[in-house]
Design a protein around this ligand. Structure first.
Ligand code: 5RP
Length: 237
């Protein structure tokens, strides 16, 4: 399979570089989700065919399917201890390594897998680098029961954080909401600029009905930023 655009080329480059730089034989690793992570899993499959021994823990059903297709051995997170590392993409990453994730609807499993890992290496193309988080709509995973009530609580939190009355969209649309791998809905919150991501994340988590949100704070240990030329920069946080 070949990259289909310059951005795709950059995604593939970051995935390849992360494997070269961070992956070691015998590791148990979290497998991210999204198009950049799919490059990572495909390249991992090639390395496994060449003799690398790794065990993968997928962060979504679709990643698990792909890993099986390319011959990566899988394990259940319940059955393994701490993971050596997770490699996963992001929708935005700032200079402190704070991220917004969930554009691919997998933020809950992604956060569980990343937080069970000694290291989390973020793989992105350069378009994901931002000075401040928030231009990408923040996904919040909510319980379907009484989701409008949960949304009202979220609006109060946004107002208290100086974020006004943001547009909030049901992922997939109101007619046929997208249902996550865990059976929840996603509310995409157009916040534009999040001044204090850590405190916003903590307040969102306290709302009954909010299962998880896409602010990944203090989780990434490293980032590999790919360019269409094939060059990559590596950052450690
Ligand atoms: C999925 C994610 C992805 O990592 C994020 O959306 C980036 O995706 P892509 O690599 O396709 O740009 O968080 O929930």
């Amino acid at each position: 399979m070949q990259p289909t655009s310059a951005q795709d080329e950059a995604k593939k480059a970051s995935a390849a570089k992360a494997i070269q730089r961070f992956l070691q034989d015998g590791m148990t690793i979290g497998l991210g989700s999204g198009t950049t992570s799919r490059w990572f899993v495909r390249i991992l499959g090639e390395r496994v065919a060449q003799g690398l021994r790794v065990t993968g823990v997928p962060s979504s059903k679709s990643t698990g399917q792909l890993a099986e297709e390319v011959g990566v051995k899988l394990a259940d997170l319940n059955d393994v201890g701490q993971l050596d590392m997770t490699i996963d993409g992001a929708d935005e990453i700032d200079p402190k390594g704070q991220m917004i994730k969930g554009g691919g609807a997998n933020l809950l499993w992604e956060k569980i897998v990343a937080c069970a890992s000694k290291k989390m290496v973020c793989i992105v193309d350069e378009s994901k680098l931002v000075d401040n988080l928030g231009r990408f709509p923040l996904p919040v995973e909510v319980i379907p029961f009484a989701w409008r009530s949960t949304e009202r609580h979220m609006r109060t939190v946004f107002k208290e954080n100086g974020l006004g009355e943001p547009r909030i969209e049901m992922r997939g649309g109101l007619e046929k909401p997208l249902v996550t791998d865990s059976g929840h809905y996603l509310l995409d919150c157009h916040l534009e600029k999040i001044p204090k991501p850590e405190s916003l994340g903590k307040q969102l988590k306290q709302i009954p009905g909010v299962v998880e949100h896409g602010l990944f704070i203090g989780i990434a240990t490293d980032a590999v930023v790919g360019h269409a030329t094939g060059d990559c920069e590596i950052f450690t946080f």
